[in-house]
Design a protein around this ligand. Structure first.
Ligand code: LMR
Length: 400
């Protein structure tokens, strides 16, 4: 057995000595903690995965049909380019940006999930201008700040959410956008805000878009839940308007939730670059080649087959509608059950942030087997008719 050198400074002999243990990812750790809990009454409101009324996360029927077609018809697995499946990108760009979108200065890249798209966007911004600032409303998905920092961006934060109203703190974002400097990035959640569920209203989107354009900021829109809020078109309306009007804009898109493709890592980055589309395209190809060379194919190929087939598209849209309606029904049931949770009704998507202290979150887990993020974020899809009353009773027991 070789003993590790004791001197951490001796980098030649011990090159990894200065690395630090990273804290385990809080959201991903919840999956494991829930799995290990033997209590049959446990409730999983942790990681953002859609669940049906029986608590399952089934593969969409539309995806199954597309996969069957792929299995029968795919005749090669030879490489695609760094931009991935062009048919996927064409069809997805229409879904995201609307039909008839101006594609003359549009660059599309298939990416490994929405995370890949965020990372690619951040790396490009840092390469264009090292240390570029990015404005984040807080709280946000905990992976956002670390992705952007690791890519070399400088974080600026403002308050997105007002716990007193359960809605957006609109004054805070207006003030932040006024403070931001031309060329700064601003991260916007396209819909179904993670972790609060508090989205901009249509009127607020108009005001945000006007400010972003006036201040010449670069919007980076994280659109990971299209169709799970108010509808496919409704959820994309604000981002579409901004993308259409901006000279430079980025959308990081995920098919994880709305196609149920989580582990297939299916996403895309769309960049609008009015004057430098060719340079942006070549930069994104280069960065993708350095990071993953080419994105995984399977999920994107399935999405392409769904979006290009009217029949599979109908089936997929119907499945997505059922998910959205179930989420809205659970939100209404939660709000009706506990007056303190009334804001949950008007929030959108998978998540709501409950007014709980870390101590209460811990007690819920320990005493009632209710698993949620430490921030008090719940995945509304983890609730169903069978567990709702237990959940409400557990909340009352910790004083909500
Ligand atoms: C979540 O926020 O729970 C999901 O987006 C899953 C993840 O990767 O964090």
């Amino acid at each position: 057995m070789t003993l590790a050198p004791s001197l951490s400074g001796d980098l030649a002999r011990d090159p990894f000595a200065d690395l630090k243990l990273q804290p385990p990812d809080a959201l991903l750790s919840l999956i494991k903690a829930y799995r290990l809990d033997p209590r049959p009454t446990k409730i999983d409101l942790g990681v953002g995965v859609y669940r049906d009324g029986r608590g399952a996360t089934p593969v969409f029927h539309a995806v199954k049909a597309a996969e069957a077609e792929l299995l029968a018809a795919q005749d090669t697995k030879a490489y695609l380019g760094p931009e991935g499946d062009l048919g996927f990108l064409d069809h997805l760009s229409e879904l995201v940006l609307g039909e008839g979108v101006d594609t003359s200065d549009l660059v599309g890249m298939q990416t490994p999930g929405g995370t890949g798209a965020l990372r690619l966007a951040a790396e490009m911004a840092a390469m264009a201008r090292p240390g570029t600032r990015i404005w984040l409303g807080t709280p946000t998905w905990p992976n956002h700040p670390q992705i952007f920092e690791q890519a070399g961006l400088t974080l600026q934060t403002y308050r997105h959410f007002d716990p007193a109203t359960g809605a957006v703190d609109f004054e805070a974002i207006r003030e932040a956008l006024h403070r931001a400097q031309p060329g700064d990035l601003v991260l916007l959640h396209g819909c179904c805000h993670n972790p609060t569920g508090a989205d901009f209203t249509a009127v607020q989107w108009k005001q945000v878009n006007a400010l972003v354009l006036e201040r010449r900021l670069i919007p980076l829109i994280d659109l990971a839940y299209q169709g799970l809020g108010l509808g496919l078109d409704e959820d994309a309306a604000g981002p579409r308007a901004l993308f259409a009007a901006a000279d430079n804009a980025l959308i990081a898109y995920s098919c994880d939730k709305n196609f149920g493709l989580y582990r297939e890592r299916t996403g895309a980055l769309f960049a609008r670059a009015r004057w430098h589309a060719d340079t942006v395209r070549s930069t994104l190809h280069f960065l993708a080649r350095c990071a993953w060379s080419m994105p995984p194919d399977h999920g994107a190929a399935a999405v392409r087959l769904i979006l290009q087939s009217p029949e599979l598209s109908r089936l997929w849209r119907a499945e997505l509608t059922a998910m959205r309606e179930r989420l809205a029904a659970m939100r209404a049931a939660v709000a009706a059950a506990l007056p303190a949770l009334e804001p949950v009704r008007g929030q959108h998507g998978l998540f709501s942030l409950l007014p709980l202290t870390p101590h209460q979150v811990e007690a819920l887990r320990r005493d009632a087997g209710v698993y949620m993020a430490g921030s008090g974020r719940i995945n509304v899809a983890g609730l169903n008719e069978a567990n709702l009353s237990d959940f409400i009773a557990a909340l009352s027991a910790v004083g909500l």
